[in-house]
Design a protein around this ligand. Sequence first.
Ligand code: OGA
Ligand code: NI
Length: 340
Amino acid sequence: MHTQIMDMASPPSGASSEQDGIPVVDLAVLLNGDAGERSQAIRHLGRACQHWGFFMVTNHGVPEALQSAMMDACRELFGLPPEENAEFMDAGPMDPVRVGTGFNSAVDGARYWRDYVKMFAHPELHCPAKPDALRGVAAEYAARTRALLLDLTAAISESLGLHAGRVAERLDLGSCFQILVGNHYPPCAAGPGDDDDGAVGLPAHSDHGLLTLLCQNGVDGLQVKHDGRWLLAKPIPGAFFVIAGDQLEIVSNGRYKGVLHRALVDREQARMSCVSLIGPCLDAVVEPVPELAVPPLGLGLEFRGVKYRDYMEHQQSNKLNDKGALDLVRVQKRPAILYT
Ligand code: OGA
Ligand code: NI
């Protein structure tokens, strides 16, 4: 099932490797390793989710040619005359196809140096009619990346001490929501600002979904916040970045964190990224898995239940603001001393 791509995307070593400190997860070991290798890889994955909320996945079986084809189709779309996409430009956050600049130009005044196309891809694929190649490529890319993200979700469920299907069952992932996003960051002489005043492609945020898979065109710019510092993420060729989202933080009762990340622009080169994100079923009310809220695994619920559709609409309708959306569903706890 895994093709020659495996060789291209081999991690430096074994089941618990890292690259510049960023954890590297080998999907082939998670799926096909013997019992000892698997349990080591699952512990490594759990640590990556707990301490980083971010990792790279290798040996994932999604052909590099498909990643490039997806990137090419998005590039072609951004090159079309604006009138071709006019009907998608006024779209709101819950419309299935959106094309625009910035994050949400209705609220951020297109301050960010980014063009994007967002396409709902599951339960049903929606996509612009042009370029011609887009629909076929997006359908294949959505299916392959969704399968990968669901495999990772099962392993993450095990890493929480739950059975492999537990998280999927809580979030009704049989009817999961999936969105594909193409991002294009034109070169900008004012970037990259290490300070936040320079041109920024996309400001600091966590993603609203469960897991996000990201690949890019060879131009770096994705930064993640780790231990209070921004770190530039440099990929292993052929690997995907995986970003933990807000729904993973909620369902895991805060054990795993949705990681803050942002995109910087390059002074000379255009940067592109393709994102495939899965979230719960839009109608699922997302709450922490109860086993993770009671001792010995937890000490009470950290989040109140929220329907994913409402959460996503809120996050997408407002200015991107770190983890502002998640804070709204966080249970406020009184300091322990008040209980004594
Ligand atoms: C996103 C995102 C970062 C990037 O689309 O949510 O974080 O590097 N993109 O394009
Ligand atoms: Ni993001």
